[in-house]
Design a protein around this ligand. Structure first.
Ligand SMILES: [Zn+2]
Ligand SMILES: [Zn+2]
Length: 431
């Protein structure tokens, strides 16, 4: 029997309405008690005075690149990176090589994650075979082998008929469908947000309308089929409006995430042809950020994610048009949320934590993201007074392609605990 006491921290557990100084007592990997001045004797004690104690963060959108592109990231390096960011559970995207469109790849991911024993990794399966947008995968088989959702992320299922059948199939299996929303015919060869800056830079733009239309299409099909739909990385005012309207109509089967970079940074980051600011969806203009923040405040946005997308250096050292899309994010997501939403008082820290813990857990249907008695003791401990400058050389991730390099952020993970075991301790991974 092993025990751990996290003493005197400011505990924020949104699901249980806890927001105040308390101790957290852990026994055999489970939460045994949360309360003031607990008298239990523990094998190990963490003094959390002045720190913020939360359920471990859950990230619904991570590209681990394994299998196939272990030069970019592996489950091991990605998990270490997650731990350094206070993330204890992550949903793995299926656009790997081979693509996770069958039972074997899903089972491989689950086994790798179990063998590593670092964080909890939840696989997804592809909606269509080879993510080609044509033939549906065996969604039932994917669900039975342990996928928590199906998604063609990296691509949008363009054909309405295919998407409708996918939703019907997913509904029958009781599995979540996650959509990357992009109307390819409108995006064409766009490499950044279409607007004033893309014109100045002379780069082909990707219009907000491309995302707006795909979001509307997905919502209408979800309302028609009754499938559970999760809209990924929403970045436009139009997407937010569509989701808000759907929720108002009573579409309880629709949820939405925003990747933290999309409420923090504008397309101005692309100036100077900065390829680390190249991603899909693209960083957009301030009016879109304002709309996203309004959507966060009124509950239109359910969850925050990273869309962690590591690349090797040569893929970002190219000309802007040819460089790879994506930014890493596991080690900065909490700080970005704190710096751009909590510090300017758009939302409370409790609201921010809810969108990174209990809300994502609810979306994929796992019993995590809270500190209830008997729950898995996945805990993050943050210093919310810590200012730091993002230095990619210090990342645990293999990917150094962060859109936040050189930015001053506030808030940093100090300890990360998974299943009652301290896996990250003040800058060091304990494997
Ligand atoms: Zn995507
Ligand atoms: Zn993605």
């Amino acid at each position: 029997m092993s025990t751990l006491l996290v003493a005197g921290g400011h505990v924020i557990d949104p699901k249980n309405g806890i927001d105040g100084v308390a101790d957290v007592f852990v026994r055999d990997g489970k939460i045994a008690a949360v309360g003031k001045n607990l008298k239990e004797k523990a094998d190990k004690k963490i003094d959390a005075k002045g720190l913020t104690v939360t359920p471990g963060l859950i990230d619904l959108h991570v590209h681990f690149r394994e299998p196939g592109r272990e030069d970019k990231e592996t489950f091991e390096t990605g998990s270490r990176s997650a731990l350094a960011g206070g993330i204890t559970a992550a949903v793995a995207m299926p656009n790997t090589s081979p693509i996770a469109d069958n039972q074997t790849v899903v089972e491989f991911i689950l086994k790798r994650s179990r063998d590593l024993g670092l964080i909890n990794i939840y696989p997804t399966g592809a909606i269509t075979k080879g993510q080609e947008g044509a033939m549906l995968s065996e969604i039932n088989e994917l669900k039975n082998s342990g996928a928590v959702a199906v998604t063609d992320d990296g691509h949008d299922v363009q054909k309405e008929g295919v998407l409708k059948r996918a939703m019907e199939y997913a509904k029958t299996c009781g599995i979540l469908l996650m959509s990357h929303c992009e109307t390819k015919d409108l995006t064409e060869d766009g490499v950044m947000h279409e607007g004033w800056i893309s014109t100045q830079l002379g780069l082909p733009g990707s219009p907000a309308l491309s995302e707006d239309m795909a979001v509307y299409k997905n919502i209408l099909l979800a309302e028609k089929t009754g499938a559970r739909l999760h809209l990924m990385h929403n970045s436009t005012a139009g997407a937010i409006r569509a989701i808000r309207e759907a929720k108002k109509r009573g579409a309880k089967n629709v949820t939405a995430e925003v990747s933290v970079q999309h409420f923090a940074l504008t397309d101005k980051e692309c100036m100077g042809y900065n390829t680390n600011a190249k991603m899909y969806p693209p960083l957009r203009s301030q009016e879109h950020i304002d709309a996203i923040i309004a959507g966060i405040k009124d509950g239109t946005v359910d969850a925050f994610t990273t869309d962690h997308a590591p690349h090797i250096e040569p893929e970002k050292l190219k000309a802007f048009q040819d460089a790879a899309f994506g930014t890493v994010g596991l080690e900065t997501s909490f700080a970005v949320m704190y710096t751009y939403l909590v510090k300017p008082k758009h939302i409370s820290l409790k609201q921010g934590i809810e969108k990174m813990t209990s809300a994502p857990a609810r979306i994929i249907g796992i019993n995590k993201g809270h500190l209830s008695k008997g729950a898995d003791a996945d805990i993050a401990i943050f210093d919310t007074a810590k200012d730091w400058v993002v230095d990619e050389k210090k990342f645990f991730s293999k990917g150094k392609n962060s859109a936040f390099i050189g930015k001053k952020l506030r808030g940093k993970a100090v300890y990360t605990i998974v299943g009652g075991e301290v896996k990250y301790d003040r800058g060091t991974i304990i494997a």
